[in-house]
Design a protein around this ligand. Structure first.
Ligand code: RP5
Length: 163
């Protein structure tokens, strides 16, 4: 159960180059006043760091993990195999295949180890943060209210007629 102690989201990414996308998730969590930690954790370049992070994530008081990765994007799936926390994968827009490689790598997890997958790129990073907020709001009515206010603002910002 989520409580004050584990009220924290981990935002991990395979490379510094992913941060230009993942910082959109940071922005949303900040706006909704959700504690977070952002880290670079690569499944292939820093496998021990990844193992250590995923094994200790629950003990380190994270409730949800957002993992962004590009190309042959195995980071979210690998992390999900090492923890029981919910993992949301953000496919990073790769240069050569525009993120289709990342999307298919993350979304096509074989049965048994789920990874919730969002859209490619910044839209995905934003939605991953909103989704993790929704998950955490199950046990937090104040957060539920903050999400509701944000959604209402978004609705009101949509003009009736194009200009
Ligand atoms: C993946 O490789 C990262 O998630 C990144 O999206 C991609 C490219 O990394 P760099 O070569 O830019 O460091 O591990």
């Amino acid at each position: 159960m989520i409580n004050k102690k584990n009220y924290k989201v981990a935002i991990v990414m395979g490379s510094q180059s992913d941060y230009s996308t993942m910082k959109s998730a940071v922005k949303i969590l900040k706006m909704l006043k959700i504690k977070y930690e952002a880290k670079i954790v690569s499944a292939h370049r820093t496998p021990n760091r990844m193992f250590d992070f995923a094994k200790k994530a629950e003990k380190n008081n994270f409730s949800v993990i957002i993992a962004g990765a590009g190309g042959s994007a195995h980071l979210p799936g690998m992390i999900a195999s090492l923890t029981n926390l919910p993992v949301i994968g953000v496919p990073i827009e790769s240069k050569k295949l525009k993120g289709l490689d990342s999307l298919l790598s993350i979304v096509q997890m074989p049965k048994g180890i789920p990874v919730g997958t969002v859209a490619i790129g910044i839209d995905g990073a934003i939605n991953a943060a909103l989704l993790s907020a929704s998950i955490m709001s199950i046990y937090d009515n104040k957060l539920k209210k903050r999400i509701e206010i944000w959604k209402n603002k978004q609705t009101k910002s949509v003009k009736k007629k194009p200009r």
